[in-house]
Write a new protein. Sequence first.
Length: 135
Amino acid sequence: LVLSGLSPRFDFEADYYATESLLPFLDASLVLGSDTKGNSVQLIPVLVGCKYLFRPGKTFRPFLGMGLGLGFLTSQQSTQETSFAIYGETGVATFPWERVGFTFEASLNLSGVEVSTQSGLLVAFSGNFGVVVLF
């Protein structure tokens, strides 16, 4: 299975302030794509990890994080696959209001999946923009 082009991704992430600077997180995503033959493909990574926040409590908060998890890949051809994933991210959260802000991040996802007829490594780069609500 060879994926083609850019694909939309929908994320839900829950972070917990374990300390002022350390945020364990749980992330679940849905990536909708297509292979080179035009068949639809869905990738669902589920990750747990931790972020380090460099300027806690400030309006501008850069962070660096890493996660581990599983990726579930399905396609129209009844192909289903599960793989181990390593995830790294960096970004910045900005809080113009006390409890509502925005996050901009770049991430790298390394996942061992079946590519064509050989085992291979899927390397996915992504850029994300999100809205953050603190409870």
